[in-house]
Design a protein around this ligand. Structure first.
Ligand code: PXG
Length: 468
């Protein structure tokens, strides 16, 4: 039986997870979940997760579930790390909170800033802290605009991004993102945000080789710069691999061409490492895997392995020098920027990744194993492509490999397959008709075997459900 925290602190008027039905009723009555169809959730009742260890989570009924998503792409060191709990408790006793406004700092905030400057590629030496990927990307937009204003070009304020990009859920982060369903609900994108097509080879590659297609997809940036006017384009933002967009992996030729185009026009390059950072692609950062030299890096998720909310903006020398030397006071920041408990936990998390050589493990051992085993699914008639690097992968389902012919309506097959996986107690996400997976960096070989075998069974069931 799991320990019930609410009981322990004796809040006996509140519902608790020992009584599932009452708890689910309270959840449906009071809790608006993120990215959720509220009527659907109320009808089904939410699943209550009560504890976790390694790559496994347990629900309130005692069911063990393999977490093929590391929470939301974030629990890199796996669940149940006592070191992280100890550091948090120690820091809370010593100094639970103080801010970093008004010429003050705390030890964990400064130590983490210095550590991140060391870990990230050369030229990214300054850090601004926030609490989520969305806030970090909002911060970058403000810094980009301030940079061009200080350079006497205030109209250079357009940021180009890509379709299917996900950069967060605030108005600015969602405008940066290329999710049309999000845009439609609340009048986005805001002015000043443009989107070009992603390097989505399976969909758009046609008869081109991947490298030819990579160049063609990057050329879309050049074309958009010409349409908007080069004097108006401030920055381009990209995830190394588009995660929430369906694990879209760019061909090798893509980012070098993007980099050339940005340099040619003096445009700032922002790399959103919220998913790819901290080992997922077999290097500390996706920018290293793809050879990208960025002016900004967005960090979140794996920075603390999700144990505390924290994000960071790495600011390159070009922008940092302008802000520092010419900017005066920068009117931006959050109450919890550089929160000492979050920073202490992040530092300890980075120590674990380093000491346990988790990045090397992904590069040399479990990453190649995961990719090789998943690619065995390519023999399945419904699997159009398996793509990914390290511990991030997408398995795209198609109606017919020849073409390929995609499913209509989009998303139906993916949802069926995802539901089979969840019912089989393996968590994967569906994006359109692809299954995506990004497990903790500590996933074992046996767990990878279990994940791949379960996914194969679930694709078989999906095929049967669709009558194919
Ligand atoms: N950038 C990227 C690349 C992300 O993936 C964010 C920014 C925003 O981070 P915050 O901390 O504001 O959520 C993200 C977040 C999913 C899913 O189901 C993906 C994210 C968040 C929630 C769900 O794929 N990515």
């Amino acid at each position: 039986m799991h320990r019930n925290i609410l009981n322990e602190i004796n809040m006996n008027k509140l519902p608790n997870a020992d009584d599932d039905a009452a708890f689910q009723a309270a959840d449906a009555a009071h809790h608006l979940h993120p990215f959720t169809d509220y009527k659907g959730l109320a009808a089904e009742g939410s699943r209550v997760i009560v504890r976790a260890e390694g790559s496994t989570i347990w629900d309130s009924k005692g069911t063990a579930i393999l977490d093929g998503m590391a929470g939301l792409w974030c629990v890199n060191v796996g669940y149940g790390r006592p070191e992280l709990a100890d550091v948090a408790a120690r820091q809370m006793r010593e100094l639970p909170y103080y801010n970093t406004f008004f010429k003050t700092t705390t030890e964990p905030a400064t130590a983490l800033a210095a550590r991140l400057a060391e870990l990230t590629p050369d030229g990214l030496e300054h850090v601004f802290f926030a609490n989520s990927g969305s806030e970090a990307n909002d911060t970058i937009v403000r810094m980009v605009r301030r940079y061009w204003q200080l350079h006497g070009q205030p109209d250079r304020n357009v940021i180009i991004s890509r379709e299917y990009a996900y950069h967060g859920s605030t108005m600015v982060a969602a405008s940066l993102g290329g999710m049309t369903a999000m845009h439609k609900q609340t009048g986005m994108p805001l002015p000043g945000f443009e989107h070009i097509r992603p390097p989505y080879y399976l969909r758009d590659g046609g008869n081109m080789t991947p490298d030819e297609f990579g160049i063609a997809a990057a050329q879309a940036l050049e074309e958009r710069i010409q349409t908007v006017g080069p004097e108006r384009v401030a920055a381009f933002i990209a995830e190394p691999i588009q995660g929430a967009g369906g694990v879209i992996v760019p061909p090798d030729s893509y980012f070098p061409e993007i980099q050339r185009i940005c340099r040619r026009h003096g445009i700032l390059l922002i790399v959103d490492e919220v998913i790819c950072g901290f080992g997922r692609t077999g290097n500390w950062f996706g920018a290293e895997t793809f050879g990208i030299q960025a002016d900004f890096m967005t960090l979140a998720k794996g920075l603390s392995s999700g144990y505390m909310p924290i994000s960071a903006v790495m600011v390159g020398d070009r922008v940092a020098r302008t802000l520092i030397d010419e900017g005066g006071e920068f009117y931006h920041g959050f109450t919890y920027s550089g929160h000492p408990v979050a920073c202490a936990v992040a530092l300890e998390n980075l120590r674990i990744i380093e000491d346990e050589r988790l990045v090397e493990r992904v590069r040399d051992d479990i990453g190649p194993y995961f990719q090789t085993r998943l690619r065995e699914l390519m023999d399945h008639p419904l699997v159009g492509e398996v793509r990914g690097i390290g511990l991030i992968a997408g398995i795209e389902l198609v109606r017919d490999k020849d073409g390929p012919v995609f499913f209509q309506p989009e998303g139906h097959a993916g949802t069926i397959c995802r539901d089979h996986c969840v019912r089989s107690n393996v968590i994967l996400r569906a994006v359109r008709d692809g299954m995506v997976t990004a497990p903790p960096l500590v996933i074992t070989h046996a767990e990878v075997d279990h994940l791949v075998e379960t996914v194969r069974r679930c694709i078989d069931r999906t095929q049967a459900d669709l009558g194919l």
